[in-house]
Design a protein around this ligand. Structure first.
Ligand SMILES: CC(C)(COP(=O)(O)OP(=O)(O)OC[C@H]1O[C@@H](n2cnc3c(N)ncnc32)[C@H](O)[C@@H]1OP(=O)(O)O)[C@@H](O)C(=O)NCCC(=O)NCCS
Length: 472
């Protein structure tokens, strides 16, 4: 991170209260340091709110796929400003651009029709020339945009170096079902060593949707293939694809904020998604299956969507989450024994309320479990109060042998996901010993009066559990 000294100094100067203070401010009248104005307080609160994300993302590798449509829509400059900011905050960025509309425009200018089969362009020699021209132009535009540094713009002092080159090896798609795809290719290999070298030296890496074969030919590739392959090869922390649809939507038009690998497979198998969403999602799934922790599909039409997705809890697109070898899944009747074994010691030392076998059997569908090699290592349950739009997360427990590895957090996220899917707006917990764990995860202290009516009646006043609520 090359944080120039000057902007920091300017920022701290701007945050200082003015010497004159606010007119009418009693502190100013008394000659003491005046309080912050509402705007200053809001600014400071906002910056503090994003601080955890900045800390978490520093040094992380993000592959960002930018479609040609975004460039055509004139949104390149805003995106470049946002990516420069991420770069300055220490994130390692590989940018992959697309060029679909630009290639089509070149073909149109030459009076040549574009040919596709199974959604894939057939790249004849003319189309390849167009792809080279389009990529060359976009690459130069991107390099120019990252070179901006006029004072009083978000790019002042940014000094982002962009490195690109022959970093993608391609192979031909070949002849499939009798269709010769000619110079349309697939990624064969990514030059990880050179990309890492460039990233380590503080540069941003730019990849075009073109690859080269050992025979010295150029192949036209899809942006999504290059981006997913690069994210896998680099073992990136995130793949972020800017897309027109900006995520996965349910039949009722509501955005799916988070989907698991298993859900994604089911969605793709159902065949109901729009073709372009399915195409993007297939590559996002491939990235997660290949070890990329998170793949985000976000709208390119929304100004600042990359920042909103990264720095806001809920984000603006759909996030596909990698599933680890441990299975996080909803519980079934066979899990009752495992659940009892996990919960009993915590019930005996008073951490959790006692639940007998019959109760767990009846309520098994409320439980989510983490299983490893057939053993239940963690669990949590959701009890919904739909009339009041709230749910209770109960019986959260992780086997002491594996605590501190994030399983508690994963269970909480799944319960929140289940609650959102059930249309709930808030979740609450009752706890006697784990308040701080919940506070750290966005819960706030509440009172017994705020519990749903039915639950209030069952509150155990002797146990004196604390009530914590989180907005979803
Ligand atoms: C609370 C619990 C589910 C967390 O599970 P986990 O898998 O260890 O959770 P994570 O790995 O996501 O989080 C671990 C972090 O939580 C902290 N933590 C664990 N128990 C805590 C507690 N009682 N209070 C505050 N923080 C706690 C750990 O120190 C660790 O912090 P770090 O990341 O700064 O090192 C687990 O400790 C547990 O089963 N506790 C007993 C049952 C319980 O209290 N359940 C809640 C009933 S409402």
């Amino acid at each position: 991170m090359n944080a120039p000294a000057q902007p920091a100094a300017q920022a701290s100067a701007a945050a200082e209260p003015s010497a004159a203070g606010n007119p009418g401010d009693p502190a100013a009248a008394a000659g003491t340091t005046p309080g912050a104005s509402p705007e200053q307080a809001q600014f400071v609160a906002w910056l503090r709110l994003v601080a955890p994300y900045i800390h978490a993302f520093r040094g992380k590798t993000f592959v960002v796929a930018v479609p040609g449509e975004l460039i055509q829509a004139g949104s390149l400059n805003a995106l470049v400003q946002d990516l420069s900011l991420l770069h300055a905050m220490g994130m390692r960025i590989v940018l992959v651009h697309g060029s679909r509309p630009q290639v089509n425009e070149q073909l149109r200018l030459r009076g040549v029709q574009a040919h596709y089969a199974e959604g894939l362009r057939i790249t004849d020699p003319v189309a390849l020339e167009c792809a080279k021209e389009a990529s060359g132009e976009i690459r130069l535009d991107l390099e120019a945009a990252f070179s901006q540094g006029l004072p009083n713009t978000p790019m002042a002092h940014s000094a982002v170096r962009v490195v690109s080159g022959n970093l993608v090896t391609a192979r031909p798609v070949g002849i499939v079902d009798g269709v010769d795809y000619q110079q349309t290719g697939l990624v064969r290999k990514i030059d990880v060593q050179t990309i890492r070298f460039a990233l380590n030296s503080g540069a941003m890496v730019l990849l075009s949707p073109l690859g080269y074969s050992p025979t010295g030919e150029a192949f036209n590739l899809s942006m999504e293939d290059v981006a997913a392959s690069t994210a896998i090869a680099l073992d990136a922390d995130k793949l972020i694809v800017l897309a027109e649809t900006g995520g996965v939507f349910d039949a009722d038009g509501s955005l799916r904020r988070e989907v698991s690998e298993a859900e994604t497979k089911a969605l793709l198998a159902a065949g109901t998604l729009p073709e372009d969403t399915a195409f993007t999602l297939r590559h996002a799934l491939r990235a997660c299956e290949g070890g990329v922790a998170r793949a985000h599909i976000i709208p390119y039409g929304l100004d600042g969507s990359v920042l909103l997705e990264l720095f806001q809890h809920d984000g603006v697109g759909t996030m596909l989450v990698e599933e680890t070898l441990e299975a996080l899944r909803e519980a079934g009747p066979d899990d009752v024994g495992g659940l009892l074994a996990l919960l009993r010691p915590l019930e005996e030392d008073g951490t959790l309320v006692r639940r007998d076998r019959g109760l767990i059997e009846r309520e098994i569908a409320n439980f989510t479990v983490i299983e490893h090699d057939g053993v239940i290592f963690g669990c949590a349950a959701l009890y919904a109060f739909p009339e009041e739009g709230i749910g209770e997360m109960a019986a959260l427990a992780v086997n002491p042998q594996v605590q501190g590895r994030g399983d508690g957090e994963r269970l909480l996220q799944r319960i929140e996901q289940r609650a959102r899917a059930a249309g709930l707006k808030r979740v609450f917990v009752l706890t006697t010993r784990t308040m701080h764990w919940f506070l750290k995860r966005g819960f706030v202290l509440a009172s017994v009066d705020q519990l749903p009516k039915q639950r209030r009646g069952l509150y155990n006043w002797q146990r004196k559990s604390l009530v914590l609520i989180k907005q979803l």
